[in-house]
Write a protein that binds this ligand. Structure first.
Ligand code: 4AD
Length: 525
């Protein structure tokens, strides 16, 4: 007696050659594919509609399928030498290359087979998507009948605008006259679409992020990220800032000892940097205004949707400025960067595809003092988990900050935090020495995306700052020296690039806004 495992199953109505496994639960769509995949010595059970029971394939149908595979292997495509030479292009150039013969290489993003003689492939090369139309013999080759998603191919042909009523990316289509397989991706249980499905567990998706980033949404986020980084840089260069690249391996802390990653540095103790700020400050007398886009590292114990262990930190530092100048610079950075990014139509399209309600923030941003935020929480009955109100001097944690930000629903400069809840380097306000010239930028849905401040200029005040935070001043000699060799009013800020993107692109978590997120217990791929 035979059992199910002896058979290969083909369901011509609901099976799939791309994701099917040849089992009863995950049948293939065609006998041709089953033979191609498992060879000729198989027993096929087939049904034509989903209502039918599976039956042995008829001898004639099996022979036809076998011949189809054999015939397909005999077909060799050749290029028509009378056609004009194809120009190699990227998909992003295709609009400007319509009606000329081109050659495009990429990954098979989607396949649609229509009858025996028509095949539509959406090709992706990272710069865009293009629909390719294959007809006749081009769809009959062995490579064509066994083509899988994520295979790499090169297509040759002419791009023409689509007639009205038909739809494809950029409203055009490449009519293929010749094509070549570069490499075939696996089908069956290893098929791309079996690796990533709507049911795949989020932690498995993170293990397979190298495949996830091929998806339309993930790649759109990464492309906008690239445009945003460029716009930040263009903003700074247009204002005369110099870019610096400070070290990541350091022996000083910036934002408190509890989130330091320690490492063995030869025979000494060192850390992964929490912020490049202290180094940027040392560059002011050398280069003037400076900025850096560098990785910062935080051993965050909290498992929230806005915390990463490694994140991209955009930091800037300016000399001879006031606190008001600092706030103006920040507002300008955010608004100008958004204008620059939106001025590229292809990037603007991606932004609106991810966040259809995106609106540029209006200037001026709301400026709210910390003490008024404490009052706001009271007035709006936003309390601590123990039922009491937040009082002056207490840190406003993520949850109430988010409630307030979402209620106000606009960018907020939250200013003048008490010295005791902020870092050692922050300058106190002249009119109220309990508080500092500090600012957090809060955005709806995300909360804090920027932390900044004016820095202590006075040597003795800085020494008191180290003391308050229990920091040994010895390793900070180079930072302290800035207050000896020509001190000045100066300030700066740090912006979390992933948080900025999470806000702009309306992503649920910062983990979706970087290439390979690092967070508690996740350091792969
Ligand atoms: O507020 P923070 O800790 O400020 C600093 O590091 C200053 N030294 C920056 C400066 O003045 N040059 O961090 C700045 C920003 C935060 O507002 C947030 O956007 C981001 O860095 N950030 C994080 N992003 C993701 N994951 C984390 N664990 C983050 N910690 C901070």
């Amino acid at each position: 007696m035979s059992n199910d495992a002896d058979f290969i199953y083909v369901d011509e109505a609901q099976g799939s050659d791309d994701t099917g496994l040849g089992t009863k639960e995950h049948a293939y769509k065609t006998a041709v594919f089953a033979i191609q995949k498992h060879g000729e010595n198989i027993k096929i059970q087939l049904r034509k509609t989903s209502e039918e029971e599976y039956k042995d394939i008829s001898g004639a149908a099996f022979k036809k399928a076998k011949n189809h595979v054999l015939e397909s292997k005999k077909i060799v495509l050749t290029q028509d030498s009378t056609l004009p030479e194809a120009k190699k292009i990227k998909i992003r150039e295709s609009i400007n290359r319509r009606d000329t013969r081109v050659k495009i290489s990429g990954w098979v993003h989607r396949i649609r087979i229509q009858g025996k003689d028509m095949m539509f492939i959406v090709l992706r090369d990272g710069s865009g998507y293009i629909q390719c139309y294959l007809h006749g013999v081009l769809c009959h080759t062995y490579d064509a009948i066994t083509l899988t998603l994520e295979s790499t191919i090169t297509v040759y042909g002419i791009i023409s605008e689509l007639p009205e009523g038909k739809q494809a990316p950029d409203n055009h289509e490449l009519r293929v006259d010749y094509w070549e397989l570069v490499h075939k991706a696996p089908g069956g249980d290893e098929a791309f679409t079996n690796q990533i499905t709507t049911e795949t567990d989020p932690s498995v998706l993170l293990d397979r992020r190298h495949l996830v980033i091929r998806g339309e949404k993930a790649s759109a986020v990464l492309r906008v990220r690239s445009a945003v980084l460029r716009a930040f840089r263009d903003h700074f260069y247009s204002k005369g800032y110099a870019e610096v690249t400070p070290p990541h391996m350091v022996q000083t802390q910036v934002e408190g000892g509890s989130t330091l990653f320690e490492l063995a540095y030869y025979h000494e103790k060192a850390y992964l940097t929490q912020s490049s700020q202290l180094y940027l400050e040392t560059c002011l007398p050398s280069l003037g205004d400076v900025f850096a886009i560098a990785e910062s590292f935080r051993a965050e114990k909290s498992h929230t949707r806005r915390h990463l262990s490694e994140y991209s930190h955009l930091e800037a530092e300016m000399a001879f400025i006031t606190f008001d100048d600092l706030l103006d610079c920040l507002e300008d950075l955010i608004c100008d960067t958004i204008d620059r990014v939106l001025s590229d139509k292809s990037i603007a399209d991606l932004i609106y595809s991810l966040n259809k309600d995106f609106k540029k923030p209006e200037r001026p941003f709301l400026r709210l003092d910390y003490k008024d935020a404490i009052q706001y929480l009271k007035d709006n009955d936003i309390k601590k988990p123990d039922g009491t109100f937040y009082e002056f001097g207490e840190d406003i944690p993520e949850a109430p900050e988010r409630v307030m930000t979402d209620k106000l629903n606009r960018p907020i400069f939250l200013c003048r935090f008490p010295a005791e809840i902020k870092a050692f380097y922050m300058k106190r306000c002249k009119d109220d020495p309990r508080v500092t010239e500090s600012v957090d930028v809060l955005m709806p849905n995300v909360g804090e995306i920027v932390g900044g401040s004016m820095r202590i200029t006075d040597l003795d005040e800085l020494l008191r700052g180290y003391q308050r935070e229990g920091i040994d001043p010895a390793p900070y000699y180079w930072y302290t020296d800035q207050r000896k060799y020509g001190t000045t009013e100066h300030g700066g800020y740090g912006l979390g690039v992933e948080r900025f993107l999470a806000w702009m692109l309306d992503r649920h978590t910062v983990r979706d806004c970087c290439l390979y997120p690092r967070f508690t217990e996740r350091c792969k791929p």
